[in-house]
Design a protein around this ligand. Structure first.
Ligand code: NCD
Ligand code: ZN
Length: 345
């Protein structure tokens, strides 16, 4: 008997679409299954002003594959020079759905990020006032903090103080990778959400380092030990509305991944829904997939769920391309390391 699962069309609450030939090459991988996505602003140079965001949205729309009905939800990259009035106007115009905070130097293309949080106080207060969410890359960047501890330290030293100082600010802890992140999100109210990526539900740090270094599993925040993966899995499959899917699908061409100084980012857009169905089924939680991928995110952002559905069918192992050939170069698709049986029809 064929097993099928029909769920509300999913959204991706954290996605890197890049620009130019890379954008054109990888956009169909997301629009095939997803209705909307929060689009990360870490281009070079970053998407900083409402003018930048409008122009980037136009480039995305111009790259849209024939027949796709996908809505990019734009974000601004928060800098110490961001103008609260520009943010408020972009929000009022329906141009942006969130502002993104990168601590300076935390990850790929984050050099323009925030160093002194006092300098963004005015923007954060304006955002709290108008109800615009802040998406946070939650890692400290000080050289004396071990890379595996950077998320937990960020929660104590930066995130919690910012939230206490800015009552009413809606915050998304993005791509949480630790039991500490899960516990903090659980301890707070519904003005705090947390996204979890597909790959952090599947890999731990052994996948990156055991038996030779595996650059395609290297991303930031870096995958942690197995106990943390299990905490993420428990949160994602719990149905708790504070946890939702943000794939952080982050394409880099193979020569930049397979490199003496390889870029951070896993490209999961192509097979995310098959991966998630497999992971949720293994956790006996297929009935929670829709909440995680399609319902909790829109609820946090104050949007309706998508009106249409997708159907997954279980059968022989699914085939998907090992690489997406883009005009910018080849991008390796995330390999979960086990066969996937759920195909999106
Ligand atoms: C992202 C990228 O490549 O832009 N990389 C990653 O490892 N996730 C940046 C980010 O989201 O940290
Ligand atoms: Zn990201």
């Amino acid at each position: 008997m064929t097993q099928t699962l029909t769920i509300t069309r999913p959204d991706d609450w954290h996605l890197h679409l890049r620009d130019g030939e890379m954008l054109t090459g990888i956009l169909p991988e997301t629009t095939r299954h997803f209705g909307r996505a929060i689009i990360m602003p870490n281009l070079v140079p970053p998407v900083v002003t409402s003018t930048d965001a409008a122009a980037y949205r136009d480039r995305i729309m111009a790259a849209m594959p024939e027949g796709a009905s996908f809505t990019p939800l734009m974000t601004l990259y928060l800098t110490e020079n961001t103008d609260p009035e520009d943010v408020a106007r972009a929000h009022a115009d329906g141009l942006i759905s969130a502002v993104k905070l990168y601590p300076a130097g935390a990850t790929t293309n984050s050099a323009s990020g925030v160093t002194n949080f006092d300098n963004v106080r005015g923007v954060l207060e304006k955002m709290a006032e108008i109800g615009l969410p802040l998406c946070v890359h939650g890692e400290v960047t000080s050289a004396d903090i071990d890379i595996f501890d950077r998320e937990a330290v960020f929660i104590d030293r930066v995130l919690d103080p910012i939230r206490r100082a800015t009552p009413g600010l809606r915050v998304v802890m993005e791509h949480i990778t630790t039991a500490d992140g899960v516990a903090y999100a659980r301890s707070q109210g519904d003005d705090l959400g947390a996204t979890i990526t597909t790959h952090h539900l599947i890999i731990n740090r052994n996948h990156i380092l055991v038996g030779g270094i595996k650059p395609h599993y290297y991303c930031l925040p870096v995958a942690k030990r197995e106990s943390h993966r299990l905490a993420l899995l428990e949160a994602a499959t719990s149905g708790d509305s504070r946890f939702f899917l943000g794939t952080d699908s982050a394409p880099h061409i193979d020569p930049l991944k397979e490199n003496a100084c390889g870029c951070a980012g896993c490209f999961t857009a192509t097979n995310t829904m098959s991966c998630l169905a497999e992971v949720f089924e293994t956790a006996s939680a297929l009935d929670k997939l829709e909440a995680f991928a399609s319902l909790n995110g829109p609820a946090f952002y104050g949007l309706n769920p998508n009106a249409d559905t997708i159907t997954l069918t279980k059968g022989d192992p699914v085939t998907y391309p090992e690489k997406i050939e883009t005009g910018a170069g080849p991008v390796t698709v995330f390999d979960p390391g086990f066969p996937l049986h759920w195909r999106v029809d």
